[in-house]
Design a protein around this ligand. Structure first.
Ligand code: MG
Length: 320
């Protein structure tokens, strides 16, 4: 069973959404209305061996960065609705073999990203586990005005992304030779920046928005499905960093990485044509179409291909 099908099946068992919840499972955050305030609620888990390694010989091993990424991925979900953070709680499942300094390092990283973006950690739980460590953060946020949902995209809207894509996937897969480009990608991959200010600036212009956690080729169909529209994306328009081009050897290869790469934590946004563009680094990469079955990208040679053929990132795989 795929990740989406599993979430759908579990969500059915949770029952219908009712006040004060206005938006339930299926967007980056749940949305709650309390009086004239609109609150956002989200959670994310990082598991040892799946999302991070503790192997001392691996150049990606950095427990402080694990805590940072846990906070950043949750903050990124608030950013995706145009929101800002209020507070978070953390729950940690800890194997007996873990030295206390490791979990202290993870909490230090969480504290760092929290301090930087105004997210106090105000509580939590620690339990013992016979297995890999797991850290779960739940964040509460608020949006001033209407949150931007995944479902607001309309045919003809432009598709755009913030920043540049593909760095994290390249960072995880590559050989770390200490070159300047590799170090730049490593920094981007291990220490992603949640785009909170950009998300807030885009609220008002954007018709739909989500954050890119599983890769454009996987996440864009989710937004399109929520909006009931199709998509055409031009691979040649995907923004990539000079470091990624250097490491990949060509712009074309870098842009394919950008199409399928996960954990970018940039924002994917749709904008009605002619709507004012805020002061945010945005690249227009395609547009929404009227046919919900159309999920296409235009490759480097101008060929139209299904996004599903670009490859992608699914934590559960696509089989069974
Ligand atoms: Mg998200």
């Amino acid at each position: 069973m795929g990740e989406e099908a599993l979430i759908e099946r579990l969500a059915r068992g949770l029952g219908a959404v009712q006040p004060p919840v206005e938006v339930g499972v299926g967007d980056d955050c749940a949305v709650l209305r309390l009086g004239d305030r609109t609150l956002l609620f989200a959670t994310d888990t990082m598991v040892e061996g799946t999302h991070f390694t503790t192997d001392p010989t691996n150049p990606l091993t950095d427990l402080v960065a694990v805590g940072w990424r846990l906070g950043a991925s949750n903050l990124s979900d608030l950013a995706a609705m145009g929101g800002r953070p209020l507070a978070a709680v953390i729950s940690t499942a800890l194997p007996a073999e873990w030295p206390v300094t490791w979990v202290e390092q993870a909490y230090e990283g969480l504290r760092k990203v929290g301090d930087r973006h105004g997210l106090p950690i105000c509580g939590g739980d620690v339990v013992r586990i016979n297995g890999p460590a797991a850290l779960t953060l739940a964040v509460l946020g608020e949006v001033d005005g209407e949150p931007v949902l995944r479902s607001g995209g309309r045919p003809g809207d432009l598709i755009a992304v913030t920043g540049d894509l593909g760095a994290s996937r390249a960072c995880l897969r590559g050989v770390h030779d200490g070159s300047e480009s590799r170090v730049a990608l490593l920094r981007r991959g291990l220490w992603p920046m949640p785009r909170l200010e950009w998300g807030q600036a885009l609220r008002g212009s954007a018709s739909a928005m989500m954050d890119l956690s599983d890769g454009l080729a996987t996440d864009l169909p989710r937004l399109a499905q929520a909006s009931g529209v199709g998509v055409v994306v031009r691979e040649a328009n995907l923004p990539v960093s000079d470091a990624l081009v250097t490491v990949c050897g060509s712009r074309e290869v870098a842009q394919r990485e950008a199409l399928i790469g996960g954990e970018d934590y940039e924002l994917l946004v749709t904008l009605p044509k002619g709507s004012p563009l805020p002061e945010v680094p945005l690249s227009v990469i395609g547009e929404l179409t009227a046919a919900p079955s159309q999920m296409e990208f235009v490759g480097a040679n101008g060929e139209h291909r299904p996004l599903s053929e670009a490859g992608g990132w699914s934590h559960f795989g696509s089989a069974s």
